[in-house]
Write a protein that binds this ligand. Sequence first.
Ligand SMILES: Cc1ncc(COP(=O)(O)O)c(C=O)c1O
Length: 468
Amino acid sequence: MLLYERLAESLRVQIAQGVLRAGERMPSIRQLAHGHGISAATAVQACLQLEREGLVVARPRSGYFVRAATPLPPAIRPPRRRVPGSVSNPALQDVLDMLARSDLLPLHSATPAPALLPQPALAAALTRSLRHSSAAALDYAPPQGHLALRQQIAKRYAQVGAAVAPDEIIITAGAMEAISLALRTLTAPGDVVLVETPTYHGILQAVAALRLKVLEVPNLPGQGIDVARLEQLLQQNTVRAAVLIPNFNNPLGSLTSDANKQSLLESCAKHGTVVIEDDIYGELAWSGQRPSPLRRWDRHGMVISCGSFSKTLAPGLRVGWLAGSAWTDALVRAKYFSTVGSASLPQLAMADYLQRHDLERHLRRLRRTLADNAQRMHEAIARHWPQGTRASEPQGGLSLWLQLPAGGNGYALFEEALKDGIGTSPGVLFSSRGDYADCLRLSCGLPWSGRLDIALRKLGRLAARQSE
Ligand SMILES: Cc1ncc(COP(=O)(O)O)c(C=O)c1O
């Protein structure tokens, strides 16, 4: 047996016997090398072997930890809505009003904390744009948006094999406005649109505001969009548009496979359903392997692709976009009568940032931090939440989705947590009729801290009280 194998075996035994406990930090490389009279390289080799086996996890700058038992994934359940109907969910208004407090620990907000954003570089880009392009920065932007930024966005599409011309891109105030403009352009009141369940509550609000009817297709934990059910729904109903989040759905974080993406595109094309793709989390694959947007396989010109810098660079600058396909002219007109054009300065600053900086370098760090946060949150949940709590195992994005054990109520937990200054998103927000009453969503965009650990313990205690 090689030296590193001998050490790995000894550590394996210690983990199995509970000498090294789940969630506990492993001895440092230096301690292992010293204690076993081997080189640091050999000790590293042993730890890498245990990491490959899934027994330990590496945390940047903190060393190796024994992997905690992971909670089971949320249960799959059939959607309650079987025929098209209106969005009827009072929580959409009530909860969002209650969360409009600036003093909360923002576990409800699916955004990276400000500390994770490239603040100095963005500040410099804003200052430079104002100083060197003050006339443009202070004037109206073209309704379609500044060309320099549209070119940068087109370049990123090209990097993932999707052909999108700068002329097809329209700059919007975040992905939210992009989705609203697309829906407004494609539909008339009473039309049926398909959304995922669970899905991002902003999509449900946009659908409700336009007085559209919804059908819901399940997004399955760990699998993504249920394409067989999607085909069935399209066969049975006339559906004008489908608003889908194939890359790291909010709130589940699940990824739809490439094969299923192509299959759902074929279904939609066959039935004349336009796809509004919300690819806001595509850049946040924790593995670093950026999944393709649907747009890459759009052979029929049926996909309007929406994106945003809210989850990667700065939600407050409100810079998102649409790739409008055949609807580009109509969408530019809709953008004009909506806001004339998006604010000039943030667009110029984003273009400046993208020209001068390596976005990929920032994203690599951000993705690693998010994956690490999620891992620690999983461990805290396994340790401090009542037995039977289930948690999604996202592969990217910014959210963890939890299902409470029998007797648990996400809304009651949300209300109790607010009293302790902790924001959460109750599960009822994520469907058209307030399903998922026993679920809640937490953000993994907050860097790990003592405050976060205490908050997760508190939430665990509140959850335990519900199931007593
Ligand atoms: C799936 C999804 N789409 C759209 C948005 C809205 O993003 P933006 O800030 O770019 O408007 C969010 C924000 O949470 C989201 O999670």
